[in-house]
Design a protein around this ligand. Structure first.
Ligand SMILES: CC(C)(COP(=O)(O)OP(=O)(O)OC[C@H]1O[C@@H](n2cnc3c(N)ncnc32)[C@H](O)[C@@H]1OP(=O)(O)O)[C@@H](O)C(=O)NCCC(=O)NCCS
Length: 219
């Protein structure tokens, strides 16, 4: 990474702490793309329903960060988990139709980005791998498993991550996700503005439709 890039990132991290700007990468995987990353050895995978999630949260075999069972109530989302020794080692959420800003923010809830997805598209979000299990392609393994098992059909996929989140960018890059550009969301309260790549709009993805403020497609 060049000195200019690392200085820009350091400046951005400072601004992000002030909770006035969030910059996210937007990535896309075409429907025709293969997702052929295998599940790493030693893990079992499952789609978690609301009841099982509730049981696991109560038993302490799933971390609280995984999310609340109520999120699964409207059938819009699937939750995939990878288990090691009976414990959740990694998880990822797959959403269709729409995504709220609360489900898609980095540091500041008010700078989250809501999305309206085009038909036949899945948004991959809130991916997490426990630190002891990172670097084993569990994220890719979960997505490949979801595709092979029909949880996700031959649908295009979108994902976002904070501009500085290199592990996440790399995990999705290994799967063939392509960068579409950056989403900037800035401001507070009613004075908010979102800039997003025109390429997203061309693919039918509407950005920040459920958030306050002005929205502009750029680039
Ligand atoms: C992003 C994340 C889900 C990736 O999961 P994963 O199952 O480790 O994915 P991968 O095995 O494909 O590893 C991806 C990258 O993580 C990094 N990585 C590897 N081992 C790691 C470790 N022990 N600790 C931290 N990062 C590691 C590497 O950069 C790796 O890419 P590389 O193999 O090309 O060097 C995981 O790092 C994570 O939970 N991060 C915190 C939450 C987060 O940022 N979520 C994403 C929000 S979109």
């Amino acid at each position: 990474m060049s000195l200019i890039q690392s200085s820009l990132r350091a400046a951005y991290r400072g601004i992000r702490r002030a909770a006035v700007l969030d910059v996210k990468r937007l990535l896309h995987l075409p429907a025709s793309a293969e997702v052929d990353q295998p599940v790493p050895a030693g893990y079992t995978l499952a789609v978690l329903g609301a009841d099982e999630l509730e049981r696991r949260l109560a038993a302490g075999t799933a971390p609280a960060s995984i999310g609340i069972p109520g999120r699964l109530a409207d059938g819009r989302q699937n939750l995939i988990a990878a288990f090691s020794g009976g414990q959740v080692a990694a998880y990822v959420w797959l959403a269709r139709d729409w995504v709220s800003a609360e489900e898609n923010f980095s540091r500041s809830r008010h700078l989250g980005t809501s999305l309206q997805l085009p038909e036949g598209a899945v948004f991959v979000h809130t991916a997490f791998t426990e630190p002891a299990h990172r670097g084993r392609r569990l994220l890719g393994g979960m997505l490949g498993w979801a595709r092979a098992g029909g949880v996700v059909g031959a649908e295009r996929m979108f994902a976002t991550m904070d501009w500085t989140n290199e592990p996440s960018r790399r995990a999705f890059k290994h799967l063939g996700f392509q960068p579409l550009g950056l989403i900037y969301r800035m401001g507070r309260g009613v004075i908010q503005c979102s800039l997003y790549p025109a390429a997203a709009a061309e693919l039918g993805l509407q950005v920040a439709t459920r958030c306050g403020g002005v929205r502009l497609a750029v680039g």
